[in-house]
Design a protein around this ligand. Structure first.
Ligand code: HEM
Ligand SMILES: *[C@@H]1O[C@H](CO)[C@@H](O)[C@H](O)[C@H]1NC(C)=O
Ligand SMILES: *[C@@H]1O[C@H](CO)[C@@H](O)[C@H](O)[C@H]1NC(C)=O
Ligand SMILES: *[C@@H]1O[C@H](CO)[C@@H](O)[C@H](O)[C@H]1NC(C)=O
Ligand SMILES: *[C@@H]1O[C@H](CO)[C@@H](O)[C@H](O)[C@H]1NC(C)=O
Ligand SMILES: *[C@@H]1O[C@H](CO)[C@@H](O)[C@H](O)[C@H]1NC(C)=O
Ligand SMILES: *[C@@H]1O[C@H](CO)[C@@H](O)[C@H](O)[C@H]1NC(C)=O
Length: 332
């Protein structure tokens, strides 16, 4: 652990930071602000980044896992740290998270380090927001100024978490689920680009490999050689149901636009990934955006940052609502 802390900071490009600051100023959806902890906890950014870097040195995939936790937090009752709560009614036990969501121990470590620097000041929801940003940036993606000032919720919503966007949903259904939290089709495509890092279990895509339809046993929008590789990883019987494949087989832990290049080549892993390019849902807006992002990494980064700020602003608790949780796993 100690030798992690001596590693130098990865300094984000000034230009990216300025572009992103400009972008974030255009978004005024809530009472969140970039300087919320300027007086009460100026060390929060250094502390969180140091702990995320340390976690990534041990487990590169953790960047993906932390990014996904922020998404799963924000989509259920807003960004209120609800995904972190333990208990029989927790969101952790809902189907999209069970045996799937990871990083809760890392959040505990970050929270302990933040409490050590500024006791009882920074919410778990804000820690998730900063950790997601740092995960993206430390994986080679963009850096941006995050809006802060969220407070932690007092309840989990297991039923709500069960309704998170699913890899088995049609693109139209996914567009509807994003619209329900104020996100549009551009946000669907840019945020799906989060799948440029991390992995998915066989159960989330094996329906594409065997008995796909009456006409085709393999999903015709899946590249045949990739299908053969995945069939070997995920056999119809006797396989490890927890085996995982990379969401971006080209650069699994690098935050780049290769996810979109894969989709153009019919090498998306999940049905909900490939559908962004191959289905006619969303009046094919999604296809045009996939094409554009596959051609321009900087366009993808710009739109991803804008969409992350929008996602991070879903129904925050502010002012005196909620609380600053002492332990992210339990309400005070
Ligand atoms: C558009 C709808 C989405 C669907 C249907 C979806 C579905 C999935 C599924 C099925 C997995 C694998 C889970 C498992 O193996 O159990 C996954 C992983 C992941 N998702 Fe999504 N997702 C969506 C949107 C997002 C968004 C908006 C983000 C963040 C911006 C995101 C970030 C991730 C990451 C980083 C992983 C890998 C996690 C890891 O390796 O631990 N996803 N997603
Ligand atoms: C390092 O990562 C592994 C999983 O890859 C995990 O089991 C272990 O607890 C982690 N160690 C630390 C110190 O975080
Ligand atoms: C931290 O804050 C909590 C709640 O305000 C308080 O009970 C506790 O004594 C504080 N701990 C330290 C070390 O100051
Ligand atoms: C839980 O989430 C569902 C679906 O989003 C919502 O209808 C319900 O009101 C939520 N329950 C609570 C207690 O927030
Ligand atoms: C989605 O919203 C953004 C603003 O956040 C806007 O720039 C973009 O054009 C919208 N996309 C669609 C398809 O409406
Ligand atoms: C996957 O891992 C979980 C947690 O370790 C375990 O409970 C489950 O039985 C495993 N599933 C399969 C199909 O091996
Ligand atoms: C990544 O994609 C390029 C072409 O876009 C290909 O030449 C290269 O072999 C791929 N790398 C990996 C590791 O798959």
């Amino acid at each position: 652990m100690k030798d992690c802390e001596s590693v130098g900071n990865v300094v984000p490009s000034l230009i990216t930071a300025l572009v992103v600051l400009w972008l974030s100023m255009g978004v005024c959806r809530s009472q969140l602000s970039t300087n919320f902890y300027a007086n009460s906890c100026p060390a929060v950014f250094t502390v969180v980044r140091r702990e995320v870097l340390c976690a990534l040195k041990n487990d590169t995939r953790m960047a993906a896992s932390l990014l996904r936790l922020h998404f799963h937090d924000c989509f259920v009752n807003g960004c209120d740290g609800s995904v972190l709560l333990d208990g029989s009614d927790s969101e952790k036990l809902a189907a999209p998270n069970r045996n799937s969501a990871r990083g809760f121990d890392v959040i505990d470590t970050i929270k302990a380090a933040v409490e050590n620097a500024c006791n009882a000041t920074v919410s778990c929801a804000d820690i998730l927001t900063i950790a997601a940003r740092d995960s993206v940036s430390l994986s080679g993606g963009p850096y941006w100024s995050v809006l802060l000032g969220r407070r932690d919720g007092l309840v989990a919503n297991q039923t709500g978490a069960g309704g998170l966007p699913s890899p088995f949903d049609s693109i139209d259904t996914i567009i509807d689920k994003f619209a329900a939290v104020g996100l549009n089709t551009t946000d669907v495509v840019s945020l799906s680009g989060g799948h440029t890092i991390g992995r998915a279990r066989c159960v989330t895509f094996s329906g594409r490999l065997n008995g796909f339809s009456e006409d085709a046993s393999v999903d015709p929008t899946l590249d045949p050689s990739m299908a053969a590789e995945l069939q070997a990883l995920c056999p119809q019987s006797g396989g490890d149901g927890n085996a995982t494949a990379p969401l971006d087989r080209n650069s699994t832990y690098a935050f780049d636009n290769h996810y979109f290049k894969n989709l153009v080549e019919q090498k998306g892993l999940l049905s909900s990934d490939q559908g962004l390019f191959s289905s006619d849902d969303g009046e094919a807006t999604t296809k045009a955006l996939v094409q554009a992002y596959s051609n321009s990494g900087s366009l993808f980064f710009r739109d991803f940052v804008n969409s992350m700020i929008k996602m991070g602003s879903i129904s925050p608790l502010t002012g005196s609502a909620g609380e600053i949780r002492r332990n992210c796993r339990v309400v005070n």
